[in-house]
Design a protein around this ligand. Structure first.
Ligand code: DCP
Length: 230
């Protein structure tokens, strides 16, 4: 465990520019991003930025996540605009740590969620175009540079069970078919690489594993990251 962290730190210090070595953690809803972040976040050289779900739940007293699930046609634009802003804030957050580990990114917000909402007719095309204009501008400005993507790959059936178990009130309407569709978009983007561009090399982990054995899977990061960097 210690050696993984030391290696990441060493590699990160090799970065030619002053930007931290930036890793984004992606995967379906309920795939275990938070557990992954907790595992690597124990080290002081890694700046961990969890997804700002609590901020989405309280924008000046408004639960935008809840509103989006209650009435996606009415609130998806509001919610996804705010997601994009808060993700950008994470990408830009200064840190003195050599490594930055971010839960999700502007990329999955745009490529997975905005894409799905638009395809389903829940986000009107003009609204989706505005989100995309902001997204393209963020990329052009190099505000969301990434060095590595960790894809926590799961099966939709397994994440469905996890979501049922965690009982997040806003997610009670999340269906297995929605998770299957979201899974397919993640797969096409990060596994088959047939949809959109990957902003960095991708490391794929089996995140179907139980919590008790998942740390062995996390350890695979060591050799993969080393291979990617040399
Ligand atoms: N969400 C969304 N649009 C986004 C990002 C997230 O609708 N652009 C929603 C989906 C979930 C909630 O926000 O209901 C949080 O989803 P994540 O998959 O990002 O995070 P989890 O909490 O599921 O992560 P974990 O893998 O740790 O379970």
């Amino acid at each position: 465990m210690q050696s993984v962290k030391n290696l990441i730190t060493k590699m990160a210090l090799k970065q030619k520019n002053s930007r931290p070595f930036t890793v984004i953690v992606e995967g379906n809803i309920g795939c275990g991003k938070t557990t992954f972040l907790e595992y690597f976040g124990k080290h002081k050289s890694i700046c961990v930025l969890a997804e700002p779900v609590d901020i989405w739940r309280n924008a000046d007293g408004h639960n935008l996540l809840g509103l989006m699930y209650e009435d996606p046609k009415k609130w998806s634009f509001t919610f996804q605009s705010y997601v994009q802003l808060t993700m950008l804030q994470n990408h830009l957050k200064p840190t003195t740590c050599p490594v930055k580990l971010i839960e999700r990114s502007v990329y999955s917000a745009r490529y997975c969620f905005v894409e799905k909402l638009t395809n389903d007719g829940l986000l009107a095309k003009p609204s989706s175009a505005v989100i995309d204009k902001w997204f393209q501008w963020i990329i052009e400005q190099n505000f969301a540079q990434v060095d590595l993507i960790v894809y926590l790959r799961t099966s939709p059936e397994i994440v469905y069970q996890r979501i049922l178990q965690r009982k997040r009130p806003e997610e009670k309407t999340v269906s297995l078919s929605y998770l299957r569709a979201l899974h397919q978009i993640h797969e096409d983007w990060l596994y088959h690489k047939t949809l959109f561009q990957c902003p960095a090399p991708t490391l794929i982990l089996n995140a179907n594993l139980e919590k008790s054995v998942i740390e062995q899977e996390y350890e695979k990061c060591e050799s993969h990251i080393l291979n990617l960097r040399h």
